[in-house]
Design a binder for this molecule. Sequence first.
Ligand code: TMP
Length: 205
Amino acid sequence: MKLKPKFITLEGVDGAGKSTCINFIKKYLADKNLKSIFTREPGGTLLGEKLREILLHDEITPETETLLMFAARNEHVQQVIKPNLRSGLIVISDRFTDATYAYQSGGKYVEVKKITMLKNWVHEDLKPDLTLLFDLPVDVSLSRLKSNGNLDKFERESVDFHTRIRDSYLALAKKEPKRFEIIDSNQNINIIEKEIYLVLDKIFL
Ligand code: TMP
């Protein structure tokens, strides 16, 4: 069994069904006795969870939003991601920096170079080994969200905003095809489960 990669990130438009897929990943790793921790962004630390409340509910400028995402991320990287990787655990983060490129740059037009500057500062040598991108058409994701109710500020955004997010994610995946695996989330859940297992097999078998 290969020991690498160890840092896996999960991305996608809102309503792509990441939470269900996280359970598949947990089951896969548990069945193989692989030690892992699951965490999320924004969040993953005490400060990060406090900032999450602000980020998901308060109206703030896109630049401030970007800076707060990276403040939360810095704490997450220093306190959770790097220490656990050093201890030999597989770290799975529900969203990471690709989300800032997709949402704050793609969605809200923050300059890419500003995000890259913050990324270089906060990541240093850290980079996801694998990113699963849960992809589905915007009309499907939005109708799923509506049926869930109780939406946060990102989920309440326009169709155009969500289309820009999806396009940004797909462009990021195209730029780094080795790191990204796109999971078509507009399929039967059993097929999605199988696809996830196949992707994980490539890494862990
Ligand atoms: P989620 O936990 O349901 O994925 O919600 C997190 C929300 O925060 C989601 O709408 C995407 C957004 N977000 C950003 O806008 N930028 C970021 O850098 C991150 C990590 C999340």
